[in-house]
Design a binder for this molecule. Sequence first.
Ligand code: NAG
Ligand code: NAG
Ligand code: NAG
Length: 392
Amino acid sequence: MITYTATSLLLLSAASAAAVRRTSHPHGLCHEFDVAITAEAPGAVYDLPQVVDDITTVQWAVQSDTWSWKARPDHGILENITISGTYNIHAQLCVPTGPDRKTNTLQIATHGGHYDRRYWDSEYKPEEHSYVYASLAAGYSILTYDRLGAGKSDIPDAYTGAQTALELDILRQITKKARDGTLVPAASWSYGGQDIPTKPDKIVHIGHSFGSVVTTAFLATYPNETDGGIITGFALNKYFGMTGFSSWYANYAGTAGWDRGSGYVVNQKSGIQVVFFGGDPKTAFTQELLDYGDSIKQPVPIGELASGAQIIGRPGPGLKAPVQFVLPEFDFFICGGDCKGVTDVSTLRQTWPAASDLELVIQPNTGHALPLHNNATAGFQLSFDFLARNGL
Ligand SMILES: *[C@@H]1O[C@H](CO)[C@@H](O)[C@H](O)[C@H]1NC(C)=O
Ligand SMILES: *[C@@H]1O[C@H](CO)[C@@H](O)[C@H](O)[C@H]1NC(C)=O
Ligand SMILES: *[C@@H]1O[C@H](CO)[C@@H](O)[C@H](O)[C@H]1NC(C)=O
């Protein structure tokens, strides 16, 4: 029987506390909730076209891919600004209840562009495709959240509202609350008479794609605020981004049925396949996985894409924690379609000279969306093995 102790609502506004939803996974308990996060970061007004329909969306993609536009020395900055606010962030915290529960290690997972937190927690065959399910089975707690501009979190102005440096500060503030045990509106949970601690001993940061850009910047900028990193679907290399935004086959979100304003674009299904699926279609993934991957897609704000240079590629000499890079073998956007040989541990060492362990693994016969391929659970296990090897 599952019981919950009384919740302490002091830490959250009544409005957000009302949104708490509890669900159970076969290997754990999940709380889904909204949390108010106050964050601030340097940002910019970028020289971007106004994207208001399909024609201006395609024009934006082509202009963004044009070599002379990409080469602008000022990254198209018209004005430097500060972006700040208190944002409603939607999140899910899951804790394992099985006998294999680790000594209270929490993973904080940051999803990439075109998705929200559901990227980590597939409802389609979760036992084969949900990283949350696999984490709970392996004994890890995991926090997933919708980045600003995605899912059920606040959807700000697409040009200056959701920029990369701000996403970094949001991740930092979420991490602080998680460490303090003040993230979830419950003082403690119990399961079968056993108390489940809400304060983690260790925090591992995991990212995918754009979420890995944010996560690597977090590891580099705040090295003493993490106990480990797992960077999936991202590593800087000479093919990074070479396929361009025009390969996304994006439409204007507002006319594709989304409640989004100017500057939000959304991939057509063909663009979802191009960017997120890869490998031999007879063995790597199925029609159902592609359909599911398309069904959970999200629009992206173009200002966020323009602002990547704010934090990308920061050196991390202060990081002593272990870091694992997981690259899909056939990642089109990150590796120009083939990640084999695009980087290696000695190249990564230049960025992370003091990391206690640094590993690069290639998950075979898989495209960018690692969980949505047939062999996903074997890939998840590589990360759990890495964590266990490092005492996490
Ligand atoms: C914005 O800040 C950067 C870095 O400090 C500086 O190089 C650039 O000139 C500034 N741009 C504008 C338009 O003020
Ligand atoms: C972590 O680093 C920050 C900034 O460099 C510093 O203010 C803080 O005291 C450090 N915390 C610990 C526990 O070392
Ligand atoms: C599945 O992934 C694991 C871990 O990377 C790998 O060892 C194995 O060869 C993969 N299997 C197939 C059929 O690709």
